[in-house]
Write a protein that binds this ligand. Structure first.
Ligand SMILES: Cc1cc2nc3c(=O)[nH]c(=O)nc-3n(C[C@H](O)[C@H](O)[C@H](O)COP(=O)(O)OP(=O)(O)OC[C@H]3O[C@@H](n4cnc5c(N)ncnc54)[C@H](O)[C@@H]3O)c2cc1C
Length: 388
């Protein structure tokens, strides 16, 4: 029966592919159909992500999920190999450096205590050590820094493609069509309807639509606090390059920058209305970001803005953390969304956890129940201090 499935996943990004991979790897033998409206992933958040991965969070759940994902990404190239061909993902482990002033240092020291207890390998640096590490930085206003040496960035498009290839090899079916709405009868999810009008049935439907997930959920009257939020990224070339490679560096202004080959990638999230907006603004870089960069280092004074791009956060506007959950009022309806700026790095853990929840009815590897959708109604929010 072509239109009957055991599990339907709506959205074919990294959350979906990681989930399909884990379900099939961990023994699920049913039929999994994944619906993706954008076959080239042109507007999907995953390939537009910066691919940063770190363990330096402040909440136990985010730290544990990031640790799981970090170990997974370390062995990813081999684990995702197909017919002996490795899945290359270009993991650059150049660290995360958080530059801190008098106001932010005490908070980070507090966070480090939590991190240390959970085995995160972060180091506190006084200003003179920052200067030894990156001599071109102006540290006059800084009280110190935290350095996470295990962190870095990975090519998100390669990770997505590797997961998709592997999930397909294990038996997941990809259907490149747009889902118009979810279908339900009473309190049971029953399937989806495509824009073409065609229906597909399944007793389990997973909403993994990222920035589009809130809108899809409204088609069965269920509100998810997730909206599309535009984030811009810029690629610059400097007249005077830094001597050493820049780690993923977070400035107290909120700007972050890192080396990418001979170029520098810069990002900063300004206040913009929610919406499906993909344009990037040269003027925003020139007027808002550039002056602040130039204050941090004279090397930023002369530069060429080569290109930029914008992508959407699957922004959880209540507590900015992922929602990994069944739904208490709709049997068979599962959700993996709302990861805001840290979905890429948590995707391996999300796939593993949701696979367990669907197959076994409970989390086994990491207890992710703190991220259930019910936390909003119960007001048990996950208050993460280290999100950007
Ligand atoms: C600029 C930027 C920088 C980021 N940097 C980082 C970072 O450094 N580290 C990090 O961890 N995270 C980062 N993120 C966040 C991360 O990219 C996301 O949290 C993550 O990619 C979400 O994955 P997803 O699979 O849920 O979403 P997506 O990759 O967007 O996948 C969802 C898919 O659903 C499809 N879809 C939507 N509606 C429908 C429908 N009705 N029918 C069929 N298909 C549909 C879409 O086409 C899309 O392909 C960044 C995001 C942005 C935008």
């Amino acid at each position: 029966m072509a239109n009957k499935h055991d599990i339907i996943i709506v959205g074919g990004g990294i959350m979906s592919a990681s989930l399909a991979y884990h379900l099939l790897k961990d023994g699920f033998t049913g039929d999994i159909a994944i619906f993706e409206k954008d076959p080239q992933y042109e507007f999907s958040s995953t390939p537009r992500s910066e691919g940063g991965i770190r363990q330096t969070f402040s909440t136990e759940i985010n730290i544990r999920m990031s640790q799981y994902s970090f170990h997974m990404y370390k062995k990813f190239e081999e684990e995702m190999a197909i017919d002996g061909e490795q899945a290359l993902i270009d993991f650059k482990q150049h660290g995360y450096l958080y530059l801190l002033n008098d106001k932010t240092l005490p908070t980070y020291k507090e966070i480090m205590n939590i991190q240390r207890k959970l085995g995160v390998n972060a180091i506190l640096m006084p200003p003179e050590e920052i200067k030894d590490y990156i001599p071109e930085l102006n540290v006059a206003d800084l009280a110190g820094a935290v350095f996470d040496p295990d962190a870095g960035n990975i090519d998100p498009y390669s990770v997505l493609q590797a997961y998709v290839r592997k999930a397909k090899r294990l038996g997941a079916k990809y259907i490149y069509e747009e889902v118009d709405c979810l279908l339900s009868e009473g309190d049971q999810i029953t399937g989806i309807q495509l824009k073409s009008g065609e229906k597909h049935d399944a007793p389990i439907v997973v909403n993994a639509c990222g920035a589009w997930s809130g809108e899809l959920s409204q088609t069965i009257g269920i509100e998810i606090p997730v909206r599309p939020l535009r984030r811009q990224v810029f690629c610059i070339d400097l007249a005077k390059r830094f001597i050493k490679e820049l780690p993923f560096t977070f400035d107290p202004t909120g700007i972050h920058f890192r080396s990418e080959g001979s170029k520098v990638i810069v990002g900063w999230g300004n206040d913009v209305p929610f919406g499906y907006d993909f344009h990037w603004e040269r003027s925003y870089f020139e007027e808002e970001i550039w002056p602040l960069l130039a204050e941090r280092s004279a090397n930023f004074e002369q530069l060429k803005l080569e290109r930029g791009w914008a992508g959407l956060y699957d922004y959880n506007y209540i507590d900015q953390n992922g929602i990994i959950s069944g739904h208490p009022k709709m049997r068979g309806y599962y959700i993996a969304t709302g990861f805001s700026g840290h979905g890429f790095q948590q995707a391996p853990a999300v796939g593993k956890g949701l696979s367990e929840l669907i197959r076994l009815g409970k989390f086994e590897t990491i207890d992710m129940s703190a991220l259930s959708i019910e936390r909003f109604e119960k007001n048990e929010l996950v208050l993460e201090m280290a999100v950007f």
